[in-house]
Ligand binder design. Structure first.
Ligand code: NAD
Length: 422
């Protein structure tokens, strides 16, 4: 019989049984099975509860970005990422930013939106107002679902009802506005939305389908700013101007903005992952916010002030929590929170926003100056050496020689490897 991916009841099997099936499927050797069987900080029982069909755990490097000052306080920033130069970038740029006192932040508070979609409503505008008349009842039903959240000062606070035109006619979209305190809040608001939905359908005589949060969390914004003294650019004043030009390019052009924002997310996602938060939620929020005017654009602004210093700012949704998700479950995430020293989800969100701005500072500094590849490829040289087959101390020797030659390429790594092995 040929191999098949149709495995009824795969989820009911033990980790060992699943491993046996994967082993046969992929013809894994004894050694390869030993790699899969290696365990890190996350024990297999915990992992098996976190997601479905677990066969192992997957590690990524955890690095610390140094030099960060936010609101006058020193922070070490834990970052989990597979790409070289991300941690180095934040560390370098955070050092540059110290000349202006570091980063300063603010935020709107931890407010999420859940959406309830109603279709086939004959009088959508009348329905909209009927729902507003039911506001107190709606909030009451929502808050019954989460007494803990209400006790902490959070809970459903308001509603907003929109009529949208769609390919299938008008829809009445109810937004439930919920303060989720120290939780990311997806489960919390989804539960509320599902509880309200049948009442909404009845009150406006429509068919309710979706009941789910919006990741465009534009009521949960974080903001960060930084001022880099012009003296930081001594002898390279044109780089400072180049950085402002680089921003204007990203602001005007979606092709550039995508990469500009990707660089910002290098810092943001790495920190979000380290804290055990949902990085897809943060990515979706960031990119949808970057498109809110109808044209995808930069999440940051860079300008020169009256002294000639460089001023950078960022504003984006930041739905991160300290409760729920993997934050409390993953032992390393718990430690990461301790290293950060944060006490509230809002403080965590503001720090992550500052890290994004800091990463953008690093990227623009390199792009407007010597280019990104010089630093990046030097750091990446070891990865290329490994990819070419180097092991042990050959990794460092091959990488070092490639950096000296200024030729950090896979073909050169292979040649050097042959030469050194002789
Ligand atoms: P959760 O439901 O695990 O925990 C939140 C609950 O903890 C609250 O409802 C409250 O009852 C309780 N709580 C205790 N102390 C609290 C405090 N100080 N502040 C706030 N709440 C407190 O987690 P969640 O944050 O509701 O959901 C997060 C998870 O939902 C993530 O794993 C995410 O990946 C997932 N998710 C995301 C999406 C999406 O982004 N589209 C959709 C569905 C689920």
């Amino acid at each position: 019989m040929g191999r098949t991916s149709r495995i009824p009841g795969f989820h009911k099997l033990s980790v060992e049984e699943r491993l046996k099936i994967v082993r046969e499927f992929a013809e894994l050797s004894e050694d390869e099975m030993a790699v899969l069987g290696k365990r890190g900080h996350l024990d297999i029982q915990t992992a098996d509860r976190m997601i479905e069909n677990v066969i192992g755990t997957f590690e990524l490097p955890l690095g610390i970005a140094a030099n960060m000052i936010i609101n006058g306080k020193d922070y070490l920033i834990p970052m989990v990422v597979e790409e070289s130069s991300v941690v180095a970038g934040v560390t370098n740029a955070a050092r540059m930013a110290r000349s202006g006192g570091g980063f300063f932040t603010s935020s709107t508070g931890p407010v999420m939106i859940a959406q309830i979609q109603a279709v086939n409503v004959t009088d959508p505008y009348g329905a909209r107002l009927r729902l507003y008349e039911k506001k107190d009842e709606i909030l009451g039903i929502a808050n019954e679902q989460d007494p803990i959240l209400v006790e902490m000062g959070g809970g459903a606070k308001d509603i907003e009802v929109r009529v949208i035109e769609t390919a299938l006619g008008p829809m009445v979209i109810t937004h439930l506005i919920v303060d989720t305190r120290d939780a990311m809040g997806a489960n919390a608001v989804n539960t509320m939305a599902e509880a309200i939905a049948p009442y909404v359908g009845e009150w406006i005589n429509g068919r309710v389908y979706l009941r789910i949060l919006s990741n465009l969390a534009d009521r949960r914004l974080v903001r960060a700013s930084v001022r880099v003294k012009k003296e930081e650019f001594k002898g390279a004043e044109e780089v400072l101007d180049g950085m402002v030009y680089a921003w204007a390019f990203a602001d005007a052009d979606p092709y550039r903005a995508a990469t500009h924002n990707k660089g910002i997310m290098n810092g943001i996602s790495a920190t979000v992952i380290a804290t055990g938060n949902d990085f897809r939620a943060i990515e979706a929020g960031a990119h949808s916010y970057a498109s809110r005017t109808g044209r995808y654009s930069s999440l940051t602004h860079w300008e020169k002030d009256q002294n000639g210093d460089l001023v950078g700012t960022i504003e984006l949704p930041m739905a991160v929590g300290l409760i729920g998700g993997a934050t409390k479950i993953h032992p390393l995430s718990r430690l990461v929170i301790k290293i950060l020293g944060v006490k509230t989800a809002t403080e965590l969100g503001e720090i992550i926003g500052a890290v994004g701005l800091c990463q953008n500072l690093a990227a623009l500094r390199a792009l407007a100056g010597e280019g990104i590849q010089k630093g990046h490829m030097s750091l990446h040289a070891k990865n290329i050496a490994v990819a070419a087959g180097a092991t042990g101390d050959l990794i460092d020797r091959v990488a070092k020689r490639m950096i000296e030659e200024g030729k950090i390429r896979m073909d050169r790594a292979a040649e050097l490897l042959k030469e050194f092995k002789k």
